[in-house]
Design a protein around this ligand. Structure first.
Ligand code: CP
Length: 310
């Protein structure tokens, strides 16, 4: 594996190998005071974020540092991007400066794929840390790691992805990965927040959350992406919350074992009630924690996996 751009077409065996590595890393580092492995010493990882991020950016930086890679953070505001330099020239500059891996978040769908094309033949790999409404593959991997940890298996589980599917790269990456791993996925959203062509996705679709709840093994609440709704928000925030918010009444309709996920950042009180988000059956903090180990595993497979296997 040289790049991680998408979960669409990701071999389930390869995804499982990443999840297994993440699990081993988590168990290896558990309880250690110094959480540092020498595996990626001498490797250089550059994060390049053209959109805001807390979880993804910090966990990639922590992951790189715990693997002993040199991690350099470039932000659009503090770099020559602010002087008008193109994404292509920025990427080629970072590669020429010694980046082994560029981790990119960009508002344009397809940006990570383009970057990988421009860097072909340079030896620099690319990880998609979220491109527009397209994909967020490491989020799906950390969600799968969390579900596996909580439920034991993913195959055969019924998982609802609820809310603003239209604008959600998290939803797209999770649909590809979870169905490839054998889960049954149901998308629950108002018709206005579903993409055209959803009928051809390997999922079922519902506009009504309540009847779905008793049969679910997990419910993944999505962030409402107001920044991508240039024409306004329909239904209104209040209507959305009434119809699709995971409130305490709905939470109580879920089976005892069901897990609640949210990729964050979350709008408490609108997408999810505070009492639900803070319940021990919600795995939202665990998702962030697993994000570090999953991203360590991704760095390992991209930068050291083949070398170790050779
Ligand atoms: N889930 C997620 O991508 O969060 P950030 O935007 O904070 O990275």
């Amino acid at each position: 594996m040289k790049h991680l751009l998408s979960t669409d077409g990701l071999d389930p065996a390869q995804a499982t190998a990443v999840l297994d590595t993440a699990d081993t890393l988590k168990r290896t580092l558990l309880g250690r005071e110094v959480r540092k492995l020498p595996t990626l010493r001498g490797r250089t990882v550059v994060t390049m974020f053209y959109e805001n991020s807390t979880r993804t950016r910090v966990s990639f930086e922590v992951a790189g540092k715990w693997m002993s890679a040199d991690v350099i953070n470039v932000s659009a505001g503090g770099s020559s991007v602010g002087k008008g330099e193109s994404l292509r020239d920025t990427a080629l500059t970072l590669s020429a400066a010694g980046a082994d891996l560029v981790i990119v978040r960009h508002p344009a769908s397809g940006a990570a794929q383009r970057l990988a094309g421009w860097l072909e033949g340079t030896g620099t790999g690319v990880v998609n840390a979220g491109d527009g409404m397209h994909e967020h593959p490491t989020q799906a991997l950390l969600d799968a790691a969390t579900l596996r940890e909580r439920l034991g298996t993913i195959a055969g589980r019924r998982i609802a992805i609820v809310g603003d599917v239209l604008h959600s790269r998290v939803a797209r990456s999770n649909v590809h990965l979870l169905t490839a791993l054998g889960a049954e996925v149901v998308l629950v959203a108002p018709p206005t927040l579903l993409p055209t062509g959803v009928e051809s996705w390997p999922v079922s679709v519902s506009h009504d959350l309540d009847p779905e709840l008793p049969a679910l093994d997990a419910v993944m609440m999505l962030r409402v992406q107001a920044e991508r709704m240039h024409g306004g928000f329909f239904p209104s925030a209040r209507e959305y919350s009434i119809a699709y918010g995971l409130n305490e009444r709905r939470f109580n309709q879920l089976p005892e074992h069901a897990v609640v996920l949210h990729p964050g950042p979350m709008l408490r009180g609108m997408e999810i009630a505070a009492a639900v988000a803070d319940s021990p059956r919600a795995a939202i903090t665990e998702q962030v924690r697993n994000g570090v180990h999953v991203r360590m595993a991704v760095l390992y497979h991209l930068l050291a996996g083949e070398e170790e296997a050779a």
